[in-house]
Design a protein around this ligand. Structure first.
Ligand code: NAD
Length: 363
């Protein structure tokens, strides 16, 4: 075993079914008497019922969270928080709502309770990406870490089937890159393998029955593990590509992860055979990249950048952007090879050379 550094995350985590009923006592524990409840417009009703459940402990609801945390939305939420004189925030939703809670915490240091309802994993990381004038900038600060995270499996039962699949693959991507991270460590590698295994086994069950509570429980546990990986070690090519493609071409976050992951893994395969074996084993597949591509096919998610809104004429520009300020990556990031990767992902081809997608993967 090589020398390593491991930094534990300070968040208090409450996990299970029906755990939302501990929200009021958690707020009390944190000394919060007037919380602002955050959500996206889609989950406004859920946020209102939570505010009603909290009674006087909730000062109001701000249900305008948006993908990629636009600064304009944060400004509006900040003004509302000030007007209501809130002393804490509750974020209920996916990564978009968590992002808004983090942005408020960064500016105010208010305590946060996050109740994640997707598998994105943002609640476990000190990372905040904000968008101003369509430009996304990312920073890392311990100030944005939530004080408490309440995982309530029951709240994930309503996650739309397509988001369940893509968000699950988004979570797997965090664990995959943790296994070949420059600053990997054995604790996080254990969590990563367990997270991949949990999600790979349960996402297909959830596709068949979105209300399968046992599968939903395992999946959310897996997502927590994967989010912890994202918060603990550095990410590489896959996350850089998704960041670039999502930010520059306005592609949907989780779906972009789902398309790119097998291709980024194939790119890194020769540089990281040990990590590839770990990923393949956790997936129950013979090959890491192919296993991920097959899993995406089994889940019925879109596997080409074309299908999620990218234009063919943008491939070269995307390759240029992807090699600018690259993240550390186990295999050198070379422009031609990256262009090839993006072209394959654009077409939805297999990530591995000698396999014809139509022959192997029936959707
Ligand atoms: P999202 O939060 O945008 O959710 C997508 C839609 O699904 C929203 O309308 C949401 O309200 C709805 N939804 C979520 N859970 C639901 C449920 N259980 N039932 C019904 N509807 C539900 O999407 P996401 O993929 O969770 O998050 C993506 C965002 O998170 C991106 O902006 C991404 O950059 C960010 N993110 C940040 C980090 C980080 O560490 N900073 C990590 C992962 C993702």
């Amino acid at each position: 075993m090589q020398n390593f550094t491991y930094q534990a995350a300070p968040m208090r985590v409450i996990f299970g079914r029906g755990t939302l009923n501990q929200l009021a006592s958690e707020l009390t524990r944190l000394g919060v008497a007037r919380a602002l409840v955050l959500a996206t417009p889609n989950q406004a009703q859920q946020a209102s019922s939570i505010a009603a459940m909290l009674g006087q402990q909730a000062a109001g609801v701000f249900a305008q969270a948006e993908m990629h945390t636009p600064v304009g939305v944060t400004d509006r939420a900040m003004a509302y928080a000030k007007e209501l004189a809130v002393d804490g925030v509750v974020a209920i939703g996916g990564g978009s709502t968590t992002g808004l809670g983090k942005a408020i915490a960064l500016r105010t240091d208010l305590p946060q309770v996050v109740v994640p309802t997707s598998y994105a994993g943002s609640e476990m990381t000190p990372i905040l990406g904000e968008t101003r004038d369509r430009l996304k900038t990312t920073q890392s600060s311990p100030k944005v870490l939530p004080e408490t995270v309440i995982y309530d499996v029951d709240l994930t039962l309503t996650m739309p089937p397509s988001l369940s699949a893509t968000s699950g693959l988004n979570a797997i991507a965090h664990a995959v890159e943790a296994l070949y991270a420059r600053d990997r460590n054995p604790i996080i590698s254990l969590m990563a393998q367990e997270g991949i295994r949990n999600l790979a086994q349960t996402l297909p069950k959830i596709k068949v029955d979105a209300n399968d509570a046992a599968a939903r429980t395992e999946a959310l546990y897996g997502a927590w593990l994967c989010g912890s990986c994202l918060g603990a070690v550095g990410m590489a090519l896959h996350h850089k590509l998704c960041h670039t493609l999502g930010g520059s071409f306005n592609l949907p976050h989780a779906e972009t992860h789902a398309v790119i992951l097998p291709h980024a893994v194939a790119y890194n395969a020769s540089a990281e055979p040990h990590a590839m074996a770990e990923i393949a084993r956790a997936l129950g597949a013979k090959d890491a990249a192919l296993g991920l591509f097959e899993l995406a096919g089994e889940l019925g998610v879109r596997r080409s950048l074309r299908d999620i809104g990218m234009r063919e004429q943008d491939i070269d520009h995307a390759a240029d952007l992807a090699v600018k300020n690259p993240y550390w990556n186990p295999r050198p990031v070379e422009r031609d090879a990256i262009r090839g990767l993006i072209a394959r992902a654009f077409a939805g081809s297999s990530p591995v050379d000698d396999v014809k997608p139509q022959a192997v993967f029936a959707q």
